[in-house]
Design a binder for this molecule. Structure first.
Ligand code: COI
Length: 355
């Protein structure tokens, strides 16, 4: 497929104060679009000026949520270059989500080449300040103007770019999370492992309730017994108990996070920490805390990076973790991961694509 490039006539001013970027509100001058039509496959790949779409109000994504997305980042290196972190894994995961949502698969290699071309064109949008990056959002939506429930025959794949700072307004300060014991996010056999809008829509009600009670995030328990910890929605979660790390296994209901996988490999291969990918009961975590065994809790995600958890509330019990501060291992893992991403540390794992 050929990639056509239409450059914008005028460029938007770049954000002057990078400390005020926040997350996901500013978009760059260009975007990538590729169309799909049944019988023809993916076609018309274009980099073009960022603009609103014109879609039929009957368009099936708007009614039945046939959509998937990804999240990755471009990082500014000390020499002014640009790094992408494991971008091939995002397109691979996008195709896994595509299969679950009956969306036609993309050509992963072409998508990566097109993304690289887009980032090269938008390179001045990759911010320079510490903790900032250019967030990349590949998305696919079903665009058929048809109200029947069936897999679409027309799709739009697009990538938009957004210069960002920290995902949480509190930055790296530990967040307080609320363990949700009424609603569930996903069950085995559902869509929990896919990066699809519906999973996030399903999580909103618990998020709203948690916010009203003063918590920034919700920790989901398994959808059947409401007993075992799963994920936080915007991030996977890790518990350090008596020197070893525990995280939920990839058993179909949680997102297979690329940051999750990177942290497991760094913890094991770089710091020699034992990592257990197994079911952990929330009751056992609270009990370990009573006995002094719970040492650190943190979340991982592209947007959230490595985010310390300072407190957890489950039913009527509230606990403080690491004295409400970022734990030592959390801090080491954060430094190592971001060191590799920003090109300050050697990439021993082959994770970086330099532009
Ligand atoms: C990410 O970490 O990239 C995510 O997709 C999480 C969230 C912003 C939806």
């Amino acid at each position: 497929m050929k990639l056509e490039v239409q450059k914008a006539q005028s460029l938007k001013p770049k954000p002057e104060d990078e400390s005020k970027l926040g997350f996901g509100r500013i978009f760059t001058d260009h975007m990538l679009t590729i169309e799909y039509t049944a019988g023809k496959g993916w076609h018309d790949a274009k980099i073009k000026p960022y603009e609103n779409f014109s879609l039929s109000p009957a368009c099936s994504v708007l009614h039945y949520s046939q959509t998937i997305f990804e999240g990755l980042k471009a990082y500014r290196t000390p020499s002014g270059g640009i790094n992408l972190f494991r971008p091939w894994d995002n397109f691979k995961r996008m195709n896994i989500s595509a299969e679950r949502l009956c969306i036609p698969k993309i050509d992963e290699e072409f998508a990566l080449e097109a993304l690289i071309e887009l980032i090269r064109l938008e390179q001045d949008w990759v911010p320079h300040s510490e903790g900032t990056s250019l967030y990349i959002r590949p998305t696919i939506i079903a665009t058929d103007p048809f109200l029947g429930v069936r897999a679409g025959e027309q799709y739009l794949f697009y990538i938009i770019l957004s210069p960002v700072g920290a995902y949480y307004a509190s930055g790296l300060a530990p967040v307080d999370i609320y363990v949700e014991d009424e609603y569930v996010r996903a069950v085995k056999g559902g869509m929990g492992f896919a990066k699809t809008g519906g999973n996030y829509a399903a999580s909103l009600i618990a998020g709203e309730i948690a916010h009203k009670r003063g918590f920034s995030q919700v920790l989901w328990l398994d959808g059947v017994e409401k007993k075992y910890v799963e994920e936080v929605g915007s991030m996977n979660i890790f518990f350090k108990i008596r020197g070893e790390l525990y995280t939920a296994p990839l058993a179909g209901s949680i997102l297979p996070g690329i940051t999750r996988d990177s942290i497991i490999r760094l913890a094991k291969d770089y710091y020699g920490v034992k990592v257990h990918e197994e079911r952990i009961a929330i009751a056992d975590i609270f009990e370990e805390n009573e006995k002094g065994g719970l040492e650190e809790v943190f979340g991982t995600g592209t947007a959230a990076v490595v985010s310390p958890v300072g407190g957890m509330t489950w039913e009527d019990k509230s606990i403080k973790i690491s004295g409400g501060k970022m734990g030592e291992l959390t801090s080491k893992l954060y430094d190592k991961l971001t060191g590799i991403q920003y090109g300050k540390e050697k990439d021993e794992f082959g994770w970086i694509k330099t532009l």
